[in-house]
Design a protein around this ligand. Structure first.
Ligand code: ADE
Length: 224
């Protein structure tokens, strides 16, 4: 999978993708993430990429020309399965959506800033608009990082334990059960006995019960 991210603050993303699972995924060739600086596509010598909103109002708007220039250059190199715009008024990101995106080959993500991008970017180029939650971030970079992370960890081979992505919270509309590791007794707080019984079937059924209990308590909406 290849993910191209268009941003006017690329340094925000560079450090994120240089770490942990995402770094390993890229080094092992499972994913390639390329961050593009929209400013490199500015059409003027001052390298500006935003301007005042027509009709007035506070806040600057990202102009269409630099973004269109970057998108078109990338489209000459490969075709994209989705061109995603990260925005609080997009479709709410959910595990099912992430699962589907993880099956794609080439994704492009556009990060807004200030008051967002000129509407014509969305009308002419964007195929999917995604929000990572009902709150407003100062830019789309963190949202693109969240979405990329959730996608990349699902790619075959990226996680060490192949089954662990399948047992995540949300994969089956249930929250994950509690987990424990050594010591078995911390200052009198003991690990549930069943987990040390070695009885696989009973452990599995205990975990399922705990998942259902946790989901009922914390996210009853998932059980509807
Ligand atoms: N940009 C600003 N806020 C956002 C959000 N909640 N989701 C996606 N992109 C955003």
């Amino acid at each position: 999978m290849r993910i191209d991210i268009l941003s006017c603050v690329p340094s925000l993303l560079d450090s994120f993708f240089a770490h942990s699972i995402l770094k390993r995924a890229q080094q092992a060739g499972f994913a390639e993430v390329v961050v593009h600086d929209i400013r490199d596509y500015s059409t003027n010598k001052h390298r500006t990429i935003d301007d005042y909103a027509f009709g007035g109002g506070a806040g600057m708007v990202l102009q269409i020309e630099p973004i269109a220039g970057c998108i078109r250059k990338l489209q000459q190199e490969r075709s994209y399965d989705e061109i995603i715009y990260l925005t609080p008024d997009g479709e709410l990101m959910q595990q099912g959506m992430v699962n589907r995106l993880s099956l794609k080959g080439n994704l492009m993500m556009i990060c807004g800033h200030y008051k967002g991008v000129d509407q014509r970017v969305r009308d002419l180029f964007v195929t999917m608009e995604i929000s990572i939650g009902d709150y407003v971030l100062s830019g789309g970079e963190l949202a693109a990082a969240v979405l990329s992370d959730a996608i990349i960890r699902l790619l075959p081979g990226v996680l060490n334990d192949e089954t662990s992505a399948l047992t995540d919270s949300f994969q089956d509309d249930l929250l994950a059960p509690p987990v424990y590791t050594r010591p078995a007794d911390f200052e009198g707080h003991k690990v549930p006995e069943i987990l040390m019984s070695g009885h696989e079937a009973k452990i599995e059924s205990w975990r399922h019960e705990q998942s259902v209990k946790r989901t009922r308590e914390r996210r009853p909406d998932l059980l509807q």
